[in-house]
Design a protein around this ligand. Structure first.
Ligand code: GLC
Length: 743
């Protein structure tokens, strides 16, 4: 349909809007009038059609519960949104069906999991979070949004903001780790990156805070398992990143699959109507997770689709993703008076509001420009941006012998391991339209970095998994012949992500054995890890002096890793999730509580294991640099605070090493006596600073009074008079301390 005809249609549709065409482009303030003007035209059937989301059948991201002919349903006005459709041509084809063939010409909204990049894949979110660089994280989401929007998309099912303390759960790779304060900052940064300042612009997309809520607390780290947490823990740990996303203006939320206190999140009035749409006054749209409406039957709280539909719409779920419950049962429920039509109207208003905010009623083909699609896909500026993010995502875990950075005095570097030239596994498991052929893998990155000056020799040694040791002898021989060995070990991309929980977190297959054999040759070893979760590295930490956590870094993995290996970039990453000594220690996290019997060495009746320390192997907030930073004493501008006061904190930090570098200065507090138990350390501030060799910077923090409050199970925020401790350092275990009083 030509643009002219569309404008005419839009004008006809908007004829009910007060004023003329110029108001069609009126500011947001008039969107409600436009929404209501459309709602008034809709039949009940058409309203319910807007609450139905279907997937492209060729790219399912879940089990297909039923088969419907998508095009027939679209033309009948029974589909409000499609997911897993991308590319201008495909999007336009479906959009034309909705706009041309339905009675009211209401455009579809197209969503996809653009979790860390659309085609120019950036590091997995767990890696990006280790940069602690909010501007960079926002920019990474911006890059993804521009490319996704150019491909016809208007909506991403990201950021995933689930707090996670259990690395057995494969979906930790999608999130920002274990801390609610950092998780909240990252949630806001990613929302702003995806959505920009104008959701109707053709290069921004609606974001989606998911999975609401508590999904990261699945028992045993087993995906989709039961979740049962106290309301207190829900409030203080799992909700803050979602509230931050809501405050940042996230356009949509997604229900979690899990139950919470016996009620599936998709049917939880407490979570969606009381907290999200009530307490937080949220006016965006809530979409179910894939089939999570229908899954309430399997959870055992609904006897059939009709009951599941009733529970979900009553609880405030506005759109049914691939559940076929709304579109098959809601009309009957309304006609029988079981579900008030006002609930349908509320949901449809939110769906229409999203489409108006995206500018789809002004021009449903705004995101369908093939020239822009060609120009924006995999552009050089996007690759450069992703390379910067990737470098800052890398965490240096060990450099005991000072092997790194590898200066080029070596004549030969042995590259060994199944992840050395493995482009697909650099992409991670949620890689949208990412393609391994776009990836610079580790071998390519290192070869490009050293050119002809150093011989790079390669032996795979073994696979990521399995017990085939036939490649060992070649790898061992290669190690004997080279000046230094770079071992590329870890997980393949589908060992983490959705449906990828694991109970053993040591290096899969026979990789550790290969590492042990290579170490026995006596050639210096650099261990590079490519993985989507914290691993169990107890033997590695004990026996390998140089370990670099590279995560899954996307299309620029090899270049970013080479930049760090050869000192073009001094690693600055800090872990956002603790690494356990072993699986038996899980969950282990930095912000733990004292308990009534805190650990005392050589005491029996204190909280401890007989065979493992209480602390993690590597803690949240930990990461090394090629240089060293020294902290001076912490100065406070007051040692007594009255309600509403702000505490000014300053600490001198000096780069006392041999390289320019960046440091993440972290500020933690401890409330020594409060009406409920509190963690021994809580992150309440961080700043990433750059220091040249020998440079000192006085780092300033402002701790607001609200940072010293805490939330109770009823959602109220409170504070208690008494003593606080304050800690500042480059990780929570090496800190300078101060204390102050609240009066
Ligand atoms: C999946 C995931 C969710 C994703 C959705 C659409 O099952 O749980 O994170 O956004 O389905 O792909």
């Amino acid at each position: 349909m030509g643009k002219k005809r569309w404008i005419a249609q839009c004008f006809m549709l908007s004829a009910f809007v007060v004023g003329n065409m110029s108001c069609v482009f009126a500011a947001d303030a008039r969107i409600e009038e436009r929404v209501d003007s459309v709602l008034r035209l809709m039949t009940l059937t058409e309203k319910i059609g807007q609450m139905n989301q279907l997937s492209n059948k060729e790219d399912l991201t879940g089990q297909q519960l039923e088969y419907f002919d998508t095009e027939t349903l679209i033309r009948a006005g029974q589909v409000g949104s499609m997911l897993n459709v991308a590319g201008v041509e495909k999007v336009r084809r479906y959009q034309e069906m909705a706009v041309n063939d339905t009675r009211l010409h209401i455009p579809l909204v197209f969503g996809l999991d653009v979790v860390h990049g659309f085609r120019t894949i950036s590091p997995i979110p767990l890696a990006e979070s280790c940069s602690w660089n909010m501007d960079l994280i926002e920019h990474s989401a911006r890059v993804a949004a521009v490319e996704a929007a150019a491909a016809g998309l208007q909506w991403t099912f990201a950021p995933m903001v689930d707090i996670a303390r259990d690395p057995r759960w494969g979906r930790v790779m999608e999130g920002a780790g274990e801390d609610p304060f950092l998780g909240a900052a990252i949630a806001a940064a990613r929302v702003k990156g995806f959505q920009g300042d104008d959701l109707s612009a053709e290069n921004t997309i609606a974001a989606c805070a998911k999975h609401f809520v508590g999904y990261g607390a699945v028992e045993g780290g087993r995906d989709y398992n039961t979740v049962d947490i106290s309301t207190q823990r829900l409030r203080e740990l799992y909700l803050p990143p979602f509230e931050a996303a809501a405050r940042a203006g996230v356009a949509t939320f997604m229900n979690a699959f899990n139950e919470l206190m016996g009620i599936p999140a998709t049917g939880s009035t407490f979570l969606v109507r009381d907290i999200l749409k009530g307490e937080w006054n949220y006016d965006g749209m809530v979409v179910s997770d894939w089939g999570s409406v229908a899954e309430m039957i399997v959870h055992g709280v609904a006897c059939d689709k009709s009951e599941a539909a009733r529970l979900a719409v009553t609880a405030g779920c506005d759109m049914d993703m691939e559940g076929y419950c709304y579109v098959s049962a809601l009309e009957d429920l309304v006609r029988k008076g079981v579900v008030p039509e006002s609930l349908i109207d509320d949901a449809v208003r939110r769906v229409l509001r999203l489409k108006f905010r995206l500018g789809l009623f002004d021009d449903p083909y705004r995101y369908c420009d093939t020239e822009r699609e060609k120009r924006e896909t995999l552009s050089a500026d996007k690759r450069d941006a992703v390379r910067s993010v990737a470098r800052e995502s890398i965490v240096l875990l060990e450099n005991r012998e000072g092997i790194l950075p590898l200066n080029k005095r070596y004549k030969s570097i042995g590259l060994i391991g199944p992840l050395a030239d493995n482009p697909d596994d650099m992409l991670g498991s949620w890689c949208a339209w990412g393609d391994g052929r776009d990836v610079v893998d580790i071998r390519q990155g290192i070869e490009q970095a050293v050119g002809k000056s150093v011989a790079i020799r390669y032996a795979k040694g073994c696979e990521v998994e399995g017990d085939d040791r036939s490649g060992f002898s070649e790898a061992i021989q290669l190690a004997r012949e080279c000046d230094v060995v770079v071992m590329c070990l870890g997980e393949n991309r589908f060992m983490s992500g959705e449906g990828a929980s694991r109970t053993r977190l040591t290096l899969p297959g026979v990789q550790r054995e290969l590492l042990q054999k290579v170490k026995e040759t006596g050639t210096p070893v650099v261990l590079l890890l490519t993985n989507g979760r914290p691993l169990v590295l107890d033997w590695e930490k004990e026996n390998i002096g140089t370990i670099v956590e590279c995560w899954q870094l996307g299309v620029e993995a090899g270049n970013a890793i080479a930049d760090v290996l050869f000192g073009k970039y001094n690693p600055s990453g800090k872990l956002v999730m603790s690494f356990p000594h072993n699986e038996g220690q899980i969950p282990v996290y930095y912000n733990c509580k004292s308990t009534g019997r805190p650990y005392i060495p050589n005491e029996r009746y204190v909280t401890h294991y007989q065979d493992c320390p209480n602390e993690p192997l590597y803690s949240f907030g930990y990461g090394l640099s090629y240089t060293r930073f020294e902290y001076g004493d912490v100065a406070l501008d007051k040692d007594i605070l009255a309600e509403g006061d702000t505490l000014h904190v300053s600490v001198p930090v000096t780069n006392v090493g041999d390289y320019d570098g960046e440091e993440v200065v972290q500020l933690y507090i401890r409330d020594l006596c409060s009406r409920i138990t509190r963690p021994e350390k809580e992150l309440r501030g961080f700043k990433k600073i750059a220091l040249k060799r020998g440079e000192t910077q006085v780092v300033e923090f402002e701790v607001s009074f609200s940072d010293l409050e805490y939330v109770l199970a009823d959602g109220s925020r409170v504070w208690d008079p008494g003593t606080f401790e304050l800690f500042v350092g480059g990780n929570p275990d090496v800190v300078k301390k101060a204390s102050f009083e609240l009066k």
